[in-house]
Design a protein around this ligand. Structure first.
Ligand SMILES: Cc1cc2nc3c(=O)[nH]c(=O)nc-3n(C[C@H](O)[C@H](O)[C@H](O)COP(=O)(O)OP(=O)(O)OC[C@H]3O[C@@H](n4cnc5c(N)ncnc54)[C@H](O)[C@@H]3O)c2cc1C
Length: 546
């Protein structure tokens, strides 16, 4: 990536074919697809890239076993197709960024033979729907095999488990990798750039947008042939700006996760709790040295805040604990996250959000020319982008060229293999945890971070004792990944906040110092940034009652 000021100059001076509004998974995917087809593309996000739903997911690259069950029970062909597409997309997502996504084993423990037969039949169907895209076949595990894989499972009455395959990934970094790849392909991306209005040509078609630079507060305008609205749960606002006659379509639902120390439930496989009190499933997934537990699915109201409440935490533990030998306690949570799914309302209204299909829809507003991509999920972001850019090309010239993204290695993937981590560990005399962290988050772009040590060898220091993040990583993310705030660095770029709130608060002052140094902040700005970040984390902890 480039420095934000360079990207701003590019955004304000170049003429673009396409402007994608929203830099989450959907917008990043659309921007990359458009640019690779040769369209001059601009990507704008009102906040940081991936700062909304796209860094708050369960981090599963999956078709969704629950959606398949729902499709079969409701005899719903549309939902079946969505699962089938997602299972195919899973392969592309894993192959295009092996440093950020990998296959994983999921285990469904069973306490009755009837349930064992039901889940095994269900997972065999999941394999069959995946067909040639299957990762590895599902199978039954004996009680001994199950306890070997998950020693912390409740033993009494345990018959065994059904084990199936899906993928797991680093959502925030995957989003950033899509954007980096887009920029490498010649695109322009700008974070903290909110679209606030549109201007039209004499046919009433959108021809430019007013954008507010959220850092400087200044407005600027961009002139573009076609606008793509990929703003997730914000889609109705952009639709209304383009055409006030459009009826709202979004029906967001909130989902939360908590993270616990990995040793609270040892094992390398992911646990699927097959039935919750509201008829859903939840997961307890080993993720980056932690146990990630989630998620919820609740209607969003005007009072909803993006925090994990005490009640939500208790709900998650009430579903999970019956499966554990030693129950987890809310007080053991060390981090958490909340996000809103951009679901599209069902035509006739009243369905619970957990029943809404996670499929996507490309909407063309013929009065303004706005193309909105609504709904979907992380796993299908590439397909959503393909469908959207097909629509853009149909509208622009009528001729649709092929999407290039199925097999397009993302930034950091070229030259990456399982030995890469060991190689940098040896070549740069890095501690093993630092090498593993750099390789896992940046792939082969880690080499660019390590080159910064030639400029200042003291940047090989850890940002805090015990943290795998070295100072060069912070400098790199400020210079080349458009990190503007402590949270951009501590949460999405390095993942320290998801690893632990305490750890994040500990590193905040040093991270702010490095930011201040690189950005030539005014005196006082650093202290303000640290207190603002600490207040935000404290508010999260207060809601959780910790
Ligand atoms: C709790 C939870 C768990 C999930 N788990 C999974 C999972 O395991 N696997 C999976 O495949 N999917 C999962 N999903 C779904 C997936 O995360 C979302 O579908 C996906 O991240 C949506 O991406 P998006 O880009 O559409 O929206 P977002 O990530 O919300 O991005 C929209 C962006 O638009 C920007 N924006 C808004 N208004 C403006 C404006 N005016 N100007 C400029 N920018 C603007 C916002 O700042 C934001 O960054 C989960 C979702 C949730 C909430």
């Amino acid at each position: 990536m480039k420095h934000r000021t360079e990207e701003k100059v590019s955004a304000t001076t170049r003429a673009f074919d396409v402007c994608v509004i929203g830099g989450g998974a959907t917008g990043a995917g659309c921007a990359l697809d458009a640019q690779l087809r040769g369209l001059r593309t601009l990507l704008l996000d009102a906040g940081d890239f991936a700062s909304a739903a796209s860094s708050a997911s369960t981090k599963l690259v999956h078709g969704g076993v629950r959606y398949l069950e729902q499709a079969v029970k409701d005899f719903n062909l549309e939902e079946y197709r969505m699962v089938k597409n997602a299972l195919r997309e899973r392969l592309y997502m894993l192959a295009n960024a092996p440093h950020l996504a990998h296959p994983a084993h999921f285990v469904v423990p069973v306490y009755s033979w009837a349930r064992a037969a039901y889940y095994l039949a269900g997972m065999k169907m999941y394999d069959a729907v995946a067909a040639e895209s299957n990762l590895f076949p599902s199978r039954f595990l004996s009680r001994e095999q199950t306890l070997e894989s998950m020693p912390g499972l409740k033993r009494q009455g345990l018959r065994g488990a059904v084990c199936y395959s899906d993928g797991q990934f680093d959502d925030a970094r995957y989003d950033l990798a899509l954007i980096e790849t887009f920029i490498e392909a010649g695109g322009t991306a700008l974070n903290y750039a909110r679209v606030t209005g549109f201007a039209r040509d004499d046919r009433g078609m959108l021809s430019s947008a007013t954008v507010r630079d959220q850092i400087s507060g200044e407005p600027f305008s961009v002139s573009v042939k076609k606008f793509v609205n990929a703003t997730g749960t914000g889609a109705d606002k952009i639709r209304a700006l383009a055409n006030p006659m459009l009826a709202p379509r979004m029906r967001p639902s909130k989902g939360v996760h908590l993270l616990f120390p990995a040793e609270t439930f040892a094992g390398t496989d992911a646990l699927l709790v097959p039935h919750t009190e509201d008829g859903r499933v939840i997961f307890a997934v080993p993720w980056q040295g932690r146990l990630l537990v989630g998620t919820t699915d609740d209607e969003v109201t005007a009072a909803t805040r993006m925090v994990v409440t005490k009640d939500e935490a208790e709900y998650l533990l009430r579903q999970l604990n019956p499966y554990l030998e030693t129950p987890l306690l809310r007080e053991q949570a060390i981090s958490g996250m909340a996000g809103m799914r951009p679901l599209v309302a069902a035509p006739r209204g009243q369905t619970a959000t957990s029943k809404l299909i996670r499929d996507h829809e490309v909407e063309l507003d013929s009065a303004s020319g706005l193309i909105s991509i609504l709904g979907g999920k992380w796993t299908t972001h590439r397909l959503m982008a393909e469908d959207t850019i097909d629509a853009v090309q149909r509208e622009m010239s009528g001729s649709v060229t092929s999407s290039m993204t199925k097999q397009h290695a993302l930034s950091g993937a070229a030259g990456y293999d399982k030995d890469f981590c060991k190689e940098i560990e040896k070549e740069y005399s890095l501690p093993a945890d630092v090498a593993q962290h750099l390789a896992g988050k940046f792939g082969t772009r880690a080499l660019q971070i390590l080159e910064l040590l030639d400029e200042n060898s003291s940047w090989n220091e850890r940002v805090a004792p015990g943290s795998p993040v070295i100072e060069a990583e912070i400098i790199f993310c400020v210079r080349y990944e458009m990190a503007e705030t402590i949270e951009d660095l501590v949460a999405r770029r390095t993942g320290m906040q998801f690893h632990g709130w305490t750890e994040a608060l500990e590193v905040a002052p040093r991270v702010a110092e490095l930011l201040a140094q690189e950005k030539h902040w005014e005196p006082g700005q650093k202290a303000d940034a640290v207190s603002e970040y600490s207040r935000k984390i404290q508010a999260f902890l207060d809601e959780l009652g910790l």
